[in-house]
Design a protein around this ligand. Structure first.
Ligand code: ACO
Length: 329
């Protein structure tokens, strides 16, 4: 039973930027309100020329380059997303783009916890020996499912992709030290984008046919906020315990970038100074499944995170879902 290591990370975001001031042009909000309540200053958004799989493949290529690995060496491609280009999944598009010809590819949907859930899933295949090299991509374009007239949600989200490569390692060299996941479907109504149009039945009865539709994102912000602030420190502690560690062992907190106040509160409850919190939501907003690998990539490439540092990752969001992993870089 092999342990596993993170051997590469990469990211890709669309070029187009939407600042808080841009939002002021079409909804009743202000840069001051958004920055103070969330920490977000701008976000990147996909346009017609962008695709989720395209940016996912670009992020994957950068992670493979860092790992000094070719796509053809991968055994598995996991794409964590809630906003694929194709409702049947977009992992195979990423697989084709990067030439991962022998890899099996599939999507995982666990909203903003998706990246950590994907990483934990990939690690199990490596542990059992079924796979050697696994690519995990976290990618979302929630701008596609936002109501751009709803100021309580549209200000929060941005689009982007991040990826990591996992490879086997001996136990001394293992970098996935502990993990924990929780799900609570009773909270589904707090944050969702539900299927809503049963147009097929209408068409079978002779009515007009129209495309299937999902609702835009609906969210009870305060409920999600309180649940996250309470739950995130707990799940990180659970993951630490499984790895035989305590919060004193943490060098960096790389949490889902939803709201600066959630990140600060979690650090405080874990007894960690704010300098240990990696945050780039100022530039990208909440990029859902992409936010953790996007923040990790930036912190690794600007040399904040160094080899041997212990990182606590935690994703949380719709489902409701929460997932944490303690990783040695
Ligand atoms: N601009 C200006 N005013 C606004 C805006 C806006 N964009 N949005 C709301 N307001 C107003 C409200 O109408 C309200 O006005 P009132 O006091 O006159 O009624 C006031 O600001 C306060 O609104 P609250 O909702 O109480 O503001 P809060 O401080 O809770 O912040 C926020 C809202 C930022 C959404 C916060 O609750 C939050 O971050 N929640 C967590 C959300 C989250 O992380 N979700 C994503 C999980 S990830 C996933 O799985 C997709």
């Amino acid at each position: 039973h092999a342990g596993c290591r993170l051997v590469g990370v990469g990211s890709s975001v669309p070029d187009a930027v939407l600042t808080n001031h841009d939002l002021e042009e079409f909804i009743d909000t202000s840069d001051e309100w958004i920055s103070r309540r969330t920490g977000i200053r701008q976000r990147h958004v996909m346009g017609g020329a962008d695709s989720l799989a395209g940016h996912g493949a670009a992020a994957a290529s950068r992670a493979l380059e860092m790992a000094e690995m070719a796509g053809g060496e991968l055994d598995m491609v996991i794409l964590a997303t809630s906003s694929p280009d194709d409702i049947f999944g977009s992992a195979c598009q990423v697989q084709a783009s990067i030439g991962a010809t022998k890899a099996v590819a599939f999507d995982i949907t666990a909203a903003c916890s998706g990246f950590v859930v994907g990483m934990v899933t990939g690690a199990q295949y490596i542990r059992t020996g079924m796979c050697k090299h696994v690519l995990v991509v976290g990618a979302d374009a929630l701008s596609r499912v936002l109501d751009w007239r709803d100021r309580s949600t549209c200000i929060l989200f941005g689009d982007g992709c991040g990826a990591v490569v996992l490879s086997p390692s001996d136990d001394d060299n293992c970098s996935l030290l502990g993990m924990a996941m929780v799900s609570d479907g009773t909270g589904q109504k707090s944050l969702n984008a539900e299927f809503q149009a049963f147009n097929g039945i209408k068409a079978r009865d002779g009515g007009a046919s129209s495309p299937a539709a999902f609702s835009n994102i609906q969210m009870n912000g305060q409920e999600v906020f309180k649940w996250a602030v309470r739950g995130v420190p707990k799940i990180i502690e659970e993951a630490l315990e499984k790895g035989g560690l305590t919060s004193e062992d943490i060098d960096w907190l790389v949490m889902h970038q939803a709201n600066m106040r959630i990140l600060s509160a979690a650090a405080e409850r874990l007894g960690l100074p704010q300098e240990r919190v990696v945050s780039n939501l100022q530039k990208y907003g909440n990029t859902s499944a992409a936010s953790i690998p996007l923040a990790l990539d930036e912190a690794v490439r600007n040399s904040s995170i160094k080899s041997g540092d212990v990182i606590a990752m935690a994703g949380f969001g719709a489902g409701l879902t929460m997932a944490a992993a303690i990783v040695k870089w």
